[in-house]
Ligand binder design. Structure first.
Ligand SMILES: Nc1ncnc2c1ncn2[C@@H]1O[C@H](COP(=O)(O)OP(=O)(O)OP(=O)(O)O)[C@@H](O)[C@H]1O
Ligand SMILES: [Mg+2]
Length: 270
């Protein structure tokens, strides 16, 4: 029997009430605990809006026109600010493309993770520093005690993304949404961060939604993939099936375009 979904998105339509235009159309999928769902699609296909609707952070000018997002069985589309407080950054965490913009430039990264540990994870004051350093070590940062003292501008993009991931998992969430989290990183660092996400999943049973415009990247991490185009899902299924037996012409096009970047490895292994 299939595990009860941790997250269920049902018939989600996101629109701009000012223009009446729907930007995401009837999107639906389910995610079981500990599984990784990949969302792939070209720029503007609705990947980020879908993630933002799940996180309850849609831009103010947009609204959910129909459908539901159930997290742990609760319909979070009805949640107000106070309902979200115990959930966001605690049970559901998110990592985006530009780690620098999510960190406070005037505070050391150690103080920033310490705030999350104190206020979200309930870690006692005298244990905060050790816990922060343990998290920094877990995300592969060498010399965590020295990193703790650094300000964001003193660290590389890859280090900042590791720090943002450490902060995201500090309160031991059950769902991590990574929206283009590796896109800005160079290929080697991207591969390291992908490994890190896989490790976190294995070690913590963390479910993940991994969003990328790059099918080859999604194929490395996702158990299942949905392909979006113009705000709608055009293809969905287990990663291997989507890669080896794509049904929609757009998916075929994505696969063809990516062959030269090494997608062959995944399809040939199938
Ligand atoms: N605040 C907004 N108001 C109006 N339209 C918006 C708003 N935010 C996004 N859109 C539009 O909604 C569509 C989907 O945007 P979204 O950001 O979800 O795309 P995406 O798939 O994440 O693209 P990318 O790969 O570039 O990140 C796009 O056409 C975009 O222009
Ligand atoms: Mg996006």
């Amino acid at each position: 029997m299939a595990a009860t979904p941790l997250l269920q998105v049902e018939n989600l339509t996101i629109a701009d009430p000012a223009t009446g235009q729907a930007l995401v159309h009837h999107v639906g999928f389910a995610l079981a605990p500990g599984r990784t769902l990949g969302i792939v699609g070209e720029s503007g296909s609705g990947k980020s809006l879908t993630c933002k609707a799940i996180l309850g952070i849609l831009p103010g000018n947009l609204a959910i026109r129909s459908g539901r997002v159930r997290f742990d069985g609760h319909d979070v589309t009805r949640y107000g600010h106070a309902d979200w407080l115990p959930l966001r950054a605690t049970r559901i965490a998110a990592v985006f493309q530009d780690p620098g913009s999510y960190l406070n430039p005037s505070l050391s990264v150690g103080r920033q993770i310490a705030q999350v540990l104190r206020h979200r994870a309930g870690v006692a004051e005298d244990a905060v520093h050790d816990r922060a350093c343990a998290l920094f070590a877990q995300v592969g940062l060498r010399d965590p005690a020295a990193v703790y003292q650094r300000h964001p501008h003193e660290l590389s993009g890859g280090m900042l993304q590791r720090i943002v991931i450490a902060i995201a998992v500090a309160a031991d969430p059950v769902l991590l949404i990574a929206d283009e989290a590796t896109t800005a990183l160079d290929v080697t660092v991207q591969a390291e961060v992908l490994d890190l996400l896989a490790e976190l999943r294995a070690a913590r049973g963390l479910a993940q939604i991994f969003v990328s415009h790059d099918l080859a990247v999604v194929a490395q991490v996702a158990d299942e993939v949905i392909v979006m185009r113009e705000g709608a899902i055009v293809e969905a299924g287990p990663t291997r099936e989507v890669l080896t037996q794509p049904v929609h012409p757009y998916t075929r096009l994505l696969i063809r375009d990516h062959r030269e970047y090494g997608l062959d490895r995944f399809t040939e292994a199938a």
